[in-house]
Design a protein around this ligand. Structure first.
Ligand code: OTU
Length: 601
């Protein structure tokens, strides 16, 4: 951890300082309510109880792992439990594989008890206190957490904090008219009022779940449902909701998880006349959660899942004085990488990396190439025009000659389709000779950036699209299943040892080289942002990492034609990925080639 990070005010704040921070945020949100001071004491009692109940093992873990995600060796892996290994016990068995790959933190997609029937891939939670029975028992989940701790692998879970399933007991209580529960949700009796709200809103699933409200016969009213009709948005303007979710957060932290991916953070607060995304109150909720969690479970990380334009995402870090989330998804860089690859120009990714450097020092990026969701190119507006976004999506999905990607269109926002597919398929590994090089290019950039690189399950062996969902009536309407394949363990175990089919082995070898070089090169000790090196040909992305002495240059060619990059390593250089050496201030890059270049003298 570098000096600037070690000196963060938050790390020096004692419990009372943290409580003052949390109280300020809660006062701004709920200070006008009746008996506010006594309500505040209820929150205090909750966090004090959680602090007292935290086990000595976890307290020791907190002490030994301050800001563990900043370790130079930190590498994440994101997966569904069942798609990777069937159940919790299967994931326990997979830990040694993840260890061998170099993974230090495991993000498990939703694993709490989901709604019966359709559940948006588990993002409709019926019970935060229970796990998905299809994945095992609570005891098996606890065992997995213990096993992971033994491997020194941190487990981060999804906390779906914006909504609950329509069969969660809060929703059930509202449906049966139990006092207090109707206000857990945004319930609007008349259509005119609904229409006034709708006027400011976008749609998340315009095709499969148009609109933001769903009629409930039981409530005889419209319920706010930003996502699917069975996902009921929680009403955080109601302090009981905040209290209930805070309690959930603290309980789960004390079970031994190392962090939370806070799902759909942008949607937590609604205000008529706005887009109801990323409102200031959302940031107050997160600041309060960070401070309360720091009181009870300081080693636990908060990750913001705010999939938006960069300028909307940066505020999710808060500031060094008033921190919010410790990590946030660099979705702009991710989408920029795909746009650059598709268009053969480094411009889009370059602009996003330059913008990502503006994060505050208390925050760090999660860098990734793919995840379980679609790629939303609209995050690149206005830098990238709508027609360029559309062209990029076409290259990734059309299947026409020259359009290398083998993805699918998910849905269309503002005239631009969002894109589904696994990295390997989107890179066209089955189509032309450059597929593997494209895959290695994107992962090579991802691992060289500042922040934590996260591998999406199966990408380490170039697992292709899973088209099985098309024949499954329960899943055919949800195109994101294309990138939720079942792990191919035969290929994976062979590839890790350099054996088996050549493509998985080649991709695994590249990924493992990135993991190792990132872990051992001194340039990556420094957590400061990547610095763009200007004056390159259009296709070339060039950036520097590390301090003056250990500086590493990353040069990447995003086009299918050779390109010549410029650099200041004229006295002699060495590519730490391949060992290739050279001199002179220009270097020729093959199509899609990436170099991690250190000074050789
Ligand atoms: C998140 O998604 C999850 O990652 C999705 O898998 C869920 O469907 C969704 O929340 C609801 O729980 O809200 O802030 O394809 O990128 O829905 C971004 C659209 C989200 C997703 C968007 C996203």
């Amino acid at each position: 951890m570098d000096g600037a990070v070690r000196d963060l005010p938050i790390l020096k704040r004692d419990a009372e300082g943290l409580w003052a921070e949390a109280s300020d945020a809660m006062t701004a949100l709920y200070g006008d309510g009746p008996d506010f001071q006594s309500w505040l004491q209820t929150v205090r009692a909750l966090v004090d109880a959680a602090t007292a109940e935290r086990s000595s093992t976890l307290k020791a873990w907190d002490r030994d792992n301050p800001r563990w995600w900043l370790a130079q060796s930190a590498v994440g892996y994101s997966t569904y439990v069942d798609r990777l290994a069937g159940d919790f016990a299967g994931v326990s068995d997979a830990l040694s594989y993840l260890d061998a790959l170099g993974v230090t933190y495991l993000h498990l997609l939703p694993l709490m008890k989901p709604r019966a029937g359709e559940s948006d891939g588990g993002y409709a939670i019926a019970d935060f206190e229970d796990v998905n029975p299809a994945l095992g028992t609570r005891a098996e989940f606890r065992q997995l957490l213990d096993d992971a701790r033994a491997h020194d692998i941190k487990v981060v879970i999804d906390l779906v904090c914006n909504h609950v399933a329509d069969d969660h007991h809060w929703a059930r209580a509202a449906q049966s008219g139990e006092a207090g529960y109707r206000d857990f949700f945004h319930v609007i009796p008349d259509r005119e009022t609904v229409d006034r709200w709708e006027a400011g809103l976008d749609e998340v699933f315009p095709v499969s779940a148009p609109g933001n409200f769903t009629w409930s016969h039981d409530l005889e009213a419209w319920v706010w449902t930003s996502f699917y009709p069975y996902q009921w948005d929680l009403n955080y303007a109601n302090r009981d909701v905040f209290l209930a979710m805070t309690s959930t957060l603290l309980n789960l932290a004390n079970q031994g998880v190392s962090g939370f991916r806070l799902d759909s953070t942008g949607f937590l607060w609604k205000q008529l006349g706005t887009s109801c995304r990323n409102l200031p109150e959302v940031h107050r909720i997160l600041a309060a959660w960070r401070a309360l969690l720091s009181m009870a479970a300081p080693g636990v990380v908060l990750k913001a899942e705010a999939i938006d334009r960069l300028e909307e995402v940066v505020p999710y870090f808060g500031s060094s004085e008033h921190p919010e989330c410790d990590l946030a998804y660099a979705n702009g860089v991710m989408a920029g990488g795909w746009a650059s690859l598709a268009l053969g120009t480094a411009g889009p990714v370059r602009a996003q990396i330059a913008g990502a450097a503006l994060r505050p020092v208390n925050g760090s990026w999660i860098n990734y190439v793919r995840c379980h969701d679609d790629i939303i190119l609209g995050a690149l507006r206005p830098d990238l025009s709508r027609s360029e976004q559309a062209r990029a999506a076409e290259v990734l999905t059309s299947g026409a000659p020259g359009d290398f990607g083998d993805g699918e269109v998910f849905q269309t926002f503002d005239g631009v389709p969002s894109v589904n597919g696994m990295t390997a398929s989107l890179c066209g590994v089955q189509g032309d000779a450059f597929g593997v090089a494209r895959h290695n290019l994107l992962y090579g950039v991802c691992f060289a950036l500042d922040g934590v690189p996260v591998i999406y399950m199966g990408d380490e062996i170039g697992l292709a699209n899973d088209t099985v969902y098309r024949d499954d009536p329960g899943r055919v309407a949800e195109g994101r299943w294309l990138q939720r394949p079942v792990m191919d363990w035969t290929a994976a175990r062979a590839a890790l040892h350099g054996a088996g089919a050549s493509r998985p082995a080649a991709i695994a070898s590249a990924v493992m080289t990135y993991v190792r070089r990132r872990g051992d090169h001194p340039a990556f000790r420094d957590a400061s942002p990547a610095r763009i090196i200007p004056d390159q040909p259009d296709a070339v992305l060039a950036f520097a990492r590390g301090g003056d002495r250990d500086r590493l240059l990353v040069l990447a060619n995003f086009s299918a034609a050779p390109a010549t990059a410029r650099h200041d390593r004229g006295g002699g250089w060495r590519d730490i990925l391949t060992g290739r050496t050279g001199s002179g201030e220009e270097v020729d890059l093959a199509p899609y080639q990436i170099l991690w270049m250190e000074a050789s003298a």
